[in-house]
Design a protein around this ligand. Structure first.
Ligand SMILES: [Zn+2]
Length: 344
């Protein structure tokens, strides 16, 4: 029997640095034929675009498949499994498959999907890698408010958390074979220690943690974990085990904003920072059309931290546009946010 093709699942909350980690993985893959399945929350399909726009020679656009429309964990049968089968049936199947889940996806239903007979015979989950924003964890972004939780529990004793971020965070960590504590350059030693402690508490078993900044981990560390995670589901508890994995993502929402050409990205960034502070937005990302520049401008924000750069030239067959996707907890004031970002 042919050896199974390994698949690595890269999970992690919105803005943890999954895309940077994958870009670095491509740079260090040393010619290994990789295929990517990229899943994203929000309408724009940014992550596929960022990876495809990376300009790396080992990165062929054909090898990157996007699964938009919500969360991979909810659409495994309809979208994910046919995608994997299509990759396997290529004349030159990949040597390793990398799956980037959306920041809100739960990894366990995805790992479970690898037990489907058509896939199980040919693929194994080499490892689940959870990328963690150390600064956000240390700042208590994923922590419950004990008072609020006690009050809510009085009404509903089965309640796990009052903070929906904590539930997603814990599900992602508890499923991991390797936790990458990323963005450690943004915290001091005490913050790193605190983040590591909180991650270890969510892990509840002996998975390894490694610290890094900018997702700089070599492919030789990330790939080849040999976990066989699909046969080890019992050791990967989820908050949704009691409901047989049933879950929803109703706590979160996203919407896209079209801006028109942006002559001054710096001024836009200042408005974005003010908007995030005023509206408690989790994530903003998108591309800008900067007049007079051949390249498109990437904007990415996690909380109030923003990053901008020019990536690739706009192609002749695409329309230059400026579009941002905004993600947050349900109840976002869409008109208010759009007006602030537009500078109205
Ligand atoms: Zn889901």
């Amino acid at each position: 029997m042919a050896r199974k093709i390994p698949a690595t699942i890269v999970t992690g909350f919105l803005g943890a640095g999954k895309t940077s980690l994958i870009r670095h993985l491509i740079e260090t893959a040393r010619g290994r034929r990789l295929a990517f399945v990229i899943n994203e929350f929000g309408e724009l399909g940014m992550d596929r675009e960022i990876i495809a726009g990376c300009g790396l020679k080992d990165c062929r656009e054909d090898d990157i498949v996007e699964l938009a429309n919500g969360c991979i964990c909810c659409t495994v049968a309809d979208d994910f499994l046919p995608t994997i089968e299509k990759l396997l049936n290529r004349p030159d199947p990949p040597e390793h498959i990398i799956i980037e889940t959306s920041g809100l996806a739960l990894p366990k239903p995805l790992v479970q999907a690898f037990n489907w007979p058509e896939v199980k015979a040919r693929v194994t989950v080499d490892g689940v890698i959870a990328v963690v924003d150390a600064a956000a964890v240390a700042a208590g972004r994923f922590a419950d408010d004990p008072t609020a939780l006690a009050a809510q529990r009085a009404a509903d004793p089965s309640l796990d958390h009052d903070n929906p971020l904590e539930e997603v965070f814990e599900d992602q960590i508890a499923c991991a074979d390797l936790v990458v504590l990323n963005k450690t350059d943004l915290v001091d030693a005490a913050g790193r220690g605190e983040a590591g402690r909180l991650v270890a508490a969510a892990l509840g078993r002996g998975a390894k943690q490694i610290e890094t900044a900018h997702g700089r981990i070599d492919a030789s560390v990330l790939l080849g974990l040999g976990a066989g995670a699909e046969d080890d589901l019992a050791n990967r508890p989820s908050h949704h085990d009691a409901e047989g994995g049933e879950h929803d993502h109703d706590d979160f929402e996203s919407f896209a904003i079209d801006l028109g050409p942006v002559a001054d990205p710096e001024a836009l960034e200042a408005r974005l920072i003010r908007t995030v502070a005023a509206h408690d937005i989790l994530r903003i990302k998108g591309f800008l059309d900067v007049p007079g520049r051949a390249r498109r401008h990437v904007v990415q924000g996690v909380g109030a931290r923003f990053q901008r750069y020019y990536d690739r030239d706009w192609r002749k067959d695409e329309t230059r546009r400026s579009a941002l996707v905004v993600i947050g907890l349900k109840g976002l004031d869409r008109p208010g946010i759009a007006a602030m970002i537009a500078g109205a």
